[in-house]
Write a protein that binds this ligand. Structure first.
Ligand code: CP
Length: 311
């Protein structure tokens, strides 16, 4: 594995998922990261990704540099050929070349702007990191994908231990427009485990065909929940009317009554979660979301370990 920015970077996704599951038993068994440094670069906020990746690096003996670039550094210019006489002080090319010279692995978080679909789906920021970094790059959530979350999610579903589970990706309400990255990425990784997959969302919230095609899709949330073993809740804004939040008929908040339609399904969410908007307190409090969050540490560790072993 040269970088970790999507499932396409992974030679054997099933083996990597199993490695995450196995790491839970003995997370400090390798010190392959001694005298190596990982740089964690954040253009956007984070709790789980930041702390779990930091902990994973420490488990491997690595040093960690963390930079909140939009708060603590120079304002970055992303366009090539720009005359930089405005507010941007440093070009992304220079930023990445310099940061990567201090690190053995570089990890970056840069969300979708939701203003320009072509630019977001062109992964301008992530691709600049890949192009200009002298060391391997990990995506800690890009404009269109969140592979560390998805790897975690696959390992968490594997933990449940049901052979060929019915997994439902359900759109849920949210007060603000959110990117499609978690949902896209979840769908990209699901074929790596044997699962029966259904997507449910209101009209107007269709995901890009490149991610959703080939899966069962329905506008009827309650129908989708029947016989489900896993309910994976996530909000996303419109892909077709990019970044918009079309009006929704009915209530999509996940309640105990809706969970009762399932086959005693486990409720999953990547967190942070808006309680009593995305799902009710009762659903969240009886869910596996904390186990899922804990697995972020092992997913990050498996990825770091693989990259370190290939340096
Ligand atoms: N799930 C997730 O990526 O959490 P953070 O945004 O807190 O890192």
């Amino acid at each position: 594995m040269k970088h970790f920015t999507s499932i396409e970077d992974v030679d054997d996704p099933q083996q990597l998922i199993q490695q995450v599951v196995d790491l839970k038993q003995n997370p400090t068994s390798s010190s392959v990261g001694r005298q190596k440094t990982v740089g964690l670069i954040f253009f956007n906020p984070s709790l789980r990704t930041r702390l779990s990746t930091q902990k994973a690096a420490q488990n491997l003996g690595m040093d960690v540099i963390v930079l909140n670039i939009s708060k603590d550094s120079w304002k970055v210019e992303f366009e090539d050929g720009t005359v930089m006489d405005g507010i941007s002080q440093e070009h992304i090319k220079d930023t990445v070349k310099v940061i990567s010279s201090y690190c053995d692995i570089l990890a970056v978080r840069s969300f979708a702007t939701l203003r320009d679909r072509e630019k977001d789906y062109g992964e301008q920021v992530l691709n600049n990191f890949i192009e200009h970094s002298s060391v391997p790059v990990i995506s800690m959530e890009s404009a269109t994908l969140h592979p560390l979350q998805s790897l975690t999610d696959m390992a968490t579903i594997a933990d449940i231990g049901i052979k060929k589970p019915k997994v439902v990706l359900s759109w849920t309400p949210h007060p603000k427009p959110l990117p499609q990255a978690v949902a896209n990425s979840f769908l990209q990784w699901l074929p790596a485990i044997e699962a029966d997959i259904t997507i449910t969302h209101p009209q107007g919230y269709e995901l890009a065909e490149s991610f959703a095609d080939g899966f069962m899709q329905t506008y009827d949330q309650e129908e989708a929940f029947k016989d489900a073993n896993v309910i994976y809740a996530k909000n996303w804004s419109s892909y077709t009317d990019y970044g918009a939040t079309p009006n929704v008929n009915g209530t999509w908040t996940i309640t105990p009554e809706k969970m009762a339609l399932t086959n005693q399904a486990e409720f999953m969410h990547c967190l942070p979660i808006r309680r009593n908007v995305v799902a009710s307190d009762e659903v969240i409090d009886h869910s596996i979301v904390y186990q899922q969050a804990k697995n972020r540490e092992y997913a990050a560790q498996a990825v770091l370990q693989n990259l370190l072993e290939n340096l």
